[in-house]
Design a protein around this ligand. Structure first.
Ligand SMILES: N[C@@H](CCC[C@H](N)C(=O)O)C(=O)O
Length: 273
């Protein structure tokens, strides 16, 4: 049996497993347990490695088994679990995408509001040539993991004659992004409010993304003159961004909820607690 925790942040859902149960089978476990029909169902698994000195290292595997550098929402879910189960209100977590510090702002039983230092994002405008569509203008943003951000004025986030889901799938696996990319479609509502949709690498269309929120905000602030304190909403709800200056870390504040704990039965050999 594999003990797990399920948590979500704005509907971007994660399983949290101890690194010690994985036995090197992280990718296969992610594919098995994240399956919506044959598993527990989640966008990814956060494997928590507890080090001897009390620090944490997180490895994130997407639902398709690919490993990502980090997740903003997933890291927040893990911080919520550590606060819920161990009472720690401030947690510093290392990931392959950098160190992230999470501070609990509010909590009510299993519901948390958490602010995370998301590091300093980088942005570069980029045109991608899509076969049959033509040049698509956007920006490459790195928030510890890779994103391609496009702007749209359409209510349904359609652009270049396609739905965001279809264009997201094209762009995610385009040859210009050999390691694939997350894709955000952003609408500017006002200087302090943006809306976006996320096509996540290794997952597909989903309800929210923490790094996606940061990437969308980075593009809106840098390229559309939005305010440095803004609200970014996706299908799963709003998150708050504060980016004091371009060379300073971006801060992301959003909810996380512990959904349940349980024991999974895996068909994989050698995987158990
Ligand atoms: N939803 C996450 C991002 C998860 C990683 C992403 N799929 C990738 O492969 O980079 C978030 O909240 O940041």
């Amino acid at each position: 049996m594999i003990p797990f925790v399920k948590a979500h942040a704005c509907g971007n859902d994660f399983l949290i497993l101890e690194e010690s149960v994985a036995n090197g089978q992280h990718a296969a476990l992610a594919r098995e347990l994240c399956s919506r029909h044959y598993g527990i169902g989640a966008d990814g698994i956060e494997f928590v490695d507890r080090r001897a000195d009390g620090s944490f290292f997180l490895r994130l595997f997407n639902a398709d088994g690919s490993e990502a550098e980090l997740s903003g929402n997933g890291t927040r879910c893990v911080a919520a679990w550590i606060a819920y189960s161990e009472g720690l209100k401030s947690t510093t977590i290392e990931t392959h995408g950098g160190v992230r510090t999470c501070n609990v702002v509010e909590c009510d039983d299993a519901d948390f509001l958490i602010e995370t230092d998301m590091g300093v994002p980088t942005i570069q405008e980029r045109t991608v040539d899509l076969h049959g569509i033509g040049p698509v203008q956007g920006a490459v943003v790195n928030v510890g993991n890779p994103h391609f951000v496009l702007f749209t004025v359409d209510q349904d986030f359609r652009t270049y004659g396609h739905t965001w889901e279809a264009l997201g799938a094209y762009l995610c696996t385009h040859r210009d992004f050999p390691g694939q990319t997350n894709v955000e479609f952003v609408r500017i509502i006002s200087p302090t409010e943006i809306q976006f949709r996320i096509y996540e690498r290794g997952v597909g269309p989903t309800h929210s993304s923490g790094t996606g929120t940061c990437a969308a905000a980075t593009a809106a602030i840098t390229l559309r003159n939005c305010a440095r304190l803004l609200t970014a909403s996706s299908i799963g709800g709003p998150q708050r961004i504060h980016w004091p200056a371009s060379d300073q870390p971006m801060r992301l504040t959003g909810p996380a909820r512990i959904v349940c704990t349980g024991n999974a039965v895996s068909a994989l050999r050698g995987v158990s607690a």
